[in-house]
Ligand binder design. Structure first.
Ligand code: MG
Ligand code: ZN
Length: 336
């Protein structure tokens, strides 16, 4: 008879998903970090599957972070600037809200203000990303969030947070002592969070604190971790800031991936909402120990962004697809 074929193992489904978003982080930003780290990147070491995400929004060839994150959090393309809403300003249920209804815990860790576009798109519904206090109020009242770690304290009503059942802490040390059932851990009291390396390893520590908290739920968890300021460095065409933030993001990814390797039930997806800066590398700068970085733009670009995946279900992320497919793939893998 004919040749026999090995029947592929039934792909395993993850219990938990950790979604890491490097804001504005194209292929080149991470390669710049790899170069500056002397030829090593945790994300490269662990990535088992690699895909490309097409990031255009509903109304623009080039997305902003609000439409970019809304595509990933809801599976719908929307207009630039809109948070968790469709192009007609109707509220969309986010993946995190759907998961919460099934008993799955959710959380977010970011290096920007918590009501900033990317984390907002997972927990808020507003027609404009600029509506910071309304977004903060949405996040406060959203029952889906079990832990929120980031900046932006001045935008929140801490009394309302406590009323909603959150234990509020300020600073990294207080965060690590925070044992509340629901937590908001502000990393600082500032309106604009500190850049890397001034803020210290808060992304790394926050990510692991969130994992320790969320993994208490036997039904599983979803965690979004954002390297928010890689984008800010690229907007400013600031090579040092871009590299420092990309390395900070990779350091956090290293801790997360090491944990996922031990856990064996967690899918880690590492991607971006869009590229920023039209970054190219033109050589190696020996005096600064980093690549010579050329930014062709001070804005986002249309370049598709890589999707790195590790863990059960990672093979689903191979290929070239729209950013909304990241949502569809997560929904399918979680059986929601
Ligand atoms: Mg962002
Ligand atoms: Zn940006």
């Amino acid at each position: 008879m004919g040749a026999t074929f090995a029947v592929p193992n039934k792909p395993r489904k993850p219990k938990n998903i950790i979604l890491m978003i490097g804001d504005g982080t194209g292929l080149v930003h991470l390669y710049a970090a790899y170069t500056a780290k002397g030829g090593q990147l945790n994300i490269y070491d662990y990535a088992k599957a690699l895909g490309l995400s097409i990031t255009a929004s509903f109304d623009d060839y080039i997305t902003d972070s609000a439409a970019g994150a809304t595509a990933i959090s809801t599976g719908k393309k929307t207009r630039n600037g809109m948070i968790g809403m469709d192009p007609d300003s109707s509220t969309l249920k986010t993946l995190f809200e759907e998961a919460f209804e099934k008993g799955i815990s959710t959380g977010a860790v970011v290096t920007c203000e918590l009501p900033h576009a990317t984390p907002a798109s997972f927990y808020a519904h507003q027609p404009s990303r600029k509506m910071y206090s309304q977004i903060a109020a949405d996040m406060t009242l959203n029952p889906a969030a079990s832990i929120l770690i980031g900046g932006g304290l001045p935008y929140f009503d801490t009394l309302a947070l406590k009323k909603a059942g959150y234990t509020v802490s300020i600073g990294t040390e207080a965060m690590e002592r925070n044992q509340g059932k629901r937590q908001v851990c502000f990393t600082d009291t500032l309106k604009e969070p500190l850049p890397a390396p001034l803020r210290g390893p808060t992304l790394q520590k926050g990510s692991m604190h969130a994992i320790r908290h969320l993994s208490k739920n036997k039904k599983g968890f979803l965690l979004m971790i954002e390297g928010s300021q890689i984008d800010w460095g690229a907007h400013n065409n600031d090579s040092a800031h871009t590299i420092a933030e990309a390395i900070d993001f990779d350091n956090a990814a290293g801790e997360v991936l090491k944990w996922a390797q031990k856990d064996r039930n967690t899918l880690v997806i590492i991607t971006a909402d869009h590229e920023c800066g039209g970054l190219t590398l033109h050589g190696y700068d020996k005096t600064r120990n980093r690549p010579v970085m050329h930014f062709s733009s001070g804005h986002h670009t249309a370049e598709p962004v890589p999707v790195y995946a590790y863990g059960p279900g990672s093979e689903d992320f191979c290929g070239v697809y729209q950013n909304t497919e990241i949502y569809n793939k997560m929904i399918r893998l979680l059986g929601l």
